[in-house]
Design a protein around this ligand. Sequence first.
Ligand code: AMP
Length: 200
Amino acid sequence: MLRALLLAPPGAGKGTQGERLAEIYGVPHVSTGDLLRANVEEGTPLGDEAKALMLRGELLPDRVVMNLVLDQIADHAPLDGFVLDGFPRSIQQAELASKWGAMFGRTFHAVIYLDVPEDELVERLIMRGIEEGRGDDEAETIRRRLRVYRESTEPLLDYYLERGVLVSVDGTGPIEEVTERILERLSKIDVDRPSPSERE
Ligand code: AMP
């Protein structure tokens, strides 16, 4: 059972690689960004609260995302395995996640950092804005999201490095190659991976 976090700047491929890893390891992919966008689309009270901050590229309050994540992975029967994408995203959130993990014996096996140069991130985000029409992939918001990442999320790299779970991977090149690089690194960590037939 894999418990992993994808920790990387916007545009580095967290969503894409998160879905692929979740499929390979047979665990749910929990993306706070996707959950929030679904709430915005459905016009739920949470979505209404989140909308403006998301469009500006700012982080939502910890209380909001914590409830969202706990709903998905912790309520009723806490999940054994998961690939988290987009949470934790600040030291405060990491401390909450670590308390929860220690309480239920479900700390991360790996925190996967996807390394992509800033110029390429901006190019990818502009392309995604054109292709998918995501409101937060617009020039000014892209710059703000990258700044918020550097200020609030990047310090988590040291936090997880100190805890011995950080796995840094080159996030450039074809999607399949990035996945292979991640799998190669995860193969050195003691987690079960179901065979292809077990996944069906
Ligand atoms: P993402 O798709 O992961 O880039 O998330 C899109 C937006 O959702 C972010 O720019 C934030 O506004 C919000 N968001 C997602 N995850 C979190 C989180 N863990 N903490 C605060 N805000 C978040």
